[in-house]
Design a binder for this molecule. Structure first.
Ligand SMILES: *[C@@H]1O[C@H](CO)[C@@H](O)[C@H](O)[C@H]1NC(C)=O
Ligand SMILES: *[C@@H]1O[C@H](CO)[C@@H](O)[C@H](O)[C@H]1NC(C)=O
Ligand SMILES: *[C@@H]1O[C@H](CO)[C@@H](O)[C@H](O)[C@H]1NC(C)=O
Length: 457
């Protein structure tokens, strides 16, 4: 008996009969099937904590209001055919649509005239005034946070000039005025620090001459050189120069000294951004090869040049306006399509390394209606700001360009959270997704959690 017992129960022993082995296989198969059914019904949480917990923390921190935009009627399909509604065409031809997306001055967010109840509320798309009651001019911008002084610096294009076309088929433009800087401790009330990088009015060969293009400025701080480094897209009016420019300052409020421009490793570069990683490594990410792909290039240690490391990503993707952020050790990049000033659908990609490979995750926009979700809330992304002290919460910053009057382009800031599984199947990864869904939530009116800026970091 003692000798036989282990043989009966053992797997793979010579004495084991066919019957117990097939039973075990059937039991295993049943378990796999049950597990499949279970995971279909209850998809696994994709980040390290359960999404429910995170949602709860977001609700605790954030106050929202019902968006009336949700009730906007969808444009009718013509001839009853199923076709993608042409929101942009309709926008150009309908003053009603323009009034919705570009509400007039009477609805401006103005710290001098808004009543106390409206304080700290963001109203995406409304005119937004600085602490002196003047419209904020910081388009295509980005924000640098300085923990020591708990101050945010918002850098962006000053487009406060006349909109015109250099030729019949060229895109609308404004002469270069310079890069503006605004400072704030609460992200709502912004003090104008003035033009920190001025246009050159005389020298026609200068990159900063009024006739050129200076776009998408982004500033990062170099801990070793203790300098503030600004990178930006430099071009001529017909967009054939396709370079990146760099400027440097000893203080966040400028003035910045312009150092020159280059094509990174000889490649054309248009829409761009920079990203500084936790270890101090910085990257420049730009649309290249005629906007058909993005390049990720490592910046030199002083952030003033390029290292010989470059990766081609989103090849044949035709994406621009990259905005990069990091969450729980993984990198996320939000991009737009290439349709000039007209908005299009945003996409998120994610990666374990800045150099790739980048996995498509889908459209991050949630809430509102189909028109809003398909057009990145009628705007184009420019930056993602992590909220210091509040994990898992970010602000998505975008521009609602007004090609009739570029100075009147609006800011669309919305809460960005990380929850749930990605909505696109990831192509190359045969494992449970590590990646969280990126969600940019539409709200017509919202504010940050009470006292969020007083959280001890
Ligand atoms: C601004 O918009 C509001 C609401 O749409 C409208 O009542 C008002 O007449 C407009 N004001 C101007 C000056 O156009
Ligand atoms: C004009 O700009 C070019 C290019 O930056 C520079 O080489 C040249 O010295 C400048 N000329 C003057 C007069 O400043
Ligand atoms: C673009 O403009 C530059 C001058 O700014 C000119 O030299 C170049 O020939 C133009 N290119 C095209 C394709 O028009």
């Amino acid at each position: 008996m003692l000798q036989r017992l282990p043989k009966q129960g053992g797997v793979g022993t010579a004495a084991a009969s066919k019957c117990p082995v097939s039973t075990i296989i059937w039991i295993l198969a049943a378990w796999v099937l049950l597990f499949q059914v279970y995971t279909t019904l209850y998809p696994p949480p994709t980040a390290l904590t359960h999404p429910k917990n995170r949602v709860r923390s977001i609700i605790r921190y954030t106050e929202y209001e019902e968006p009336e935009f949700n009730r906007l009627p969808l444009p009718p399909n013509r001839n009853g055919k199923k076709r993608r509604p042409d929101y942009i065409e309709e926008f150009w031809s309908s003053s009603h649509k323009r009034q919705i997306y570009f509400p007039n001055k009477s609805s401006a967010i103005d710290p001098l005239t808004n009543n106390e109840d409206d304080r700290f509320y963001f109203h995406p798309g409304r005119e937004w005034h600085d602490s002196q009651g003047r419209p904020i001019q910081a388009h295509g911008g980005g924000i640098l946070y300085i923990p020591e002084t708990r101050t945010f610096y918002w850098y962006g294009e000053n487009k406060d000039g006349r909109t015109y076309h250099i030729s019949k088929h060229s895109t609308a433009r404004v002469d270069v005025i310079g890069i503006n800087c605004y400072s704030s401790t609460d992200l709502w009330l912004w003090k104008n620090e003035g033009i920190v990088l001025k246009a050159d009015e005389r020298n026609v060969s200068s990159d900063l001459h009024v006739s050129k293009v200076v776009e998408r400025p982004k500033v990062i701080y170099n801990d070793k050189t203790r300098k503030y480094v600004m990178w930006m897209h430099i071009d001529n009016a017909n967009y054939s120069k396709a370079s990146v420019g760099v400027a440097v300052s000893l203080k966040p409020e400028g003035p910045f000294k312009y150092l020159g421009s280059a094509q990174p490793h000889g490649f054309d570069s248009r829409d761009m951004t920079v990203f500084k990683d936790g270890d101090g490594t910085a990257y420049i990410i730009y649309s290249s090869e005629g906007n058909s792909e993005l390049h990720v290039t490592v910046l030199a240690e002083d952030y003033l040049g390029f290292r010989n490391i470059m990766s081609r990503v989103l090849v044949h993707g035709y994406r621009e306006a990259p905005a990069v952020f990091k969450h729980r050790g993984l990198y996320y990049m939000i991009t737009s399509g290439c349709t000039g000033w007209a908005p299009n659908t945003a996409l998120v990609h994610s990666a374990e390394s800045m150099l790739g490979s980048w996995q498509l995750m889908g459209n991050p926009c949630v809430g509102g209606n189909e028109e809003l979700r398909d057009t990145t809330f009628f705007s184009q992304g420019t930056f993602v700001l992590p909220l210091p002290g509040i994990p898992d919460m970010f602000i998505f910053m975008a521009d609602r360009w007004n090609p009739y009057d570029l100075r009147d382009s609006r800011y669309v800031w919305l809460p960005l959270t990380m929850d749930g599984p990605a909505d696109e199947p990831l192509e190359d990864v045969f494992e449970f997704p590590l990646w969280s869904r990126v969600s940019i939530h539409w709200y017509q009116k919202w504010k940050l959690p009470q006292d969020w800026d007083k959280v001890q970091i």
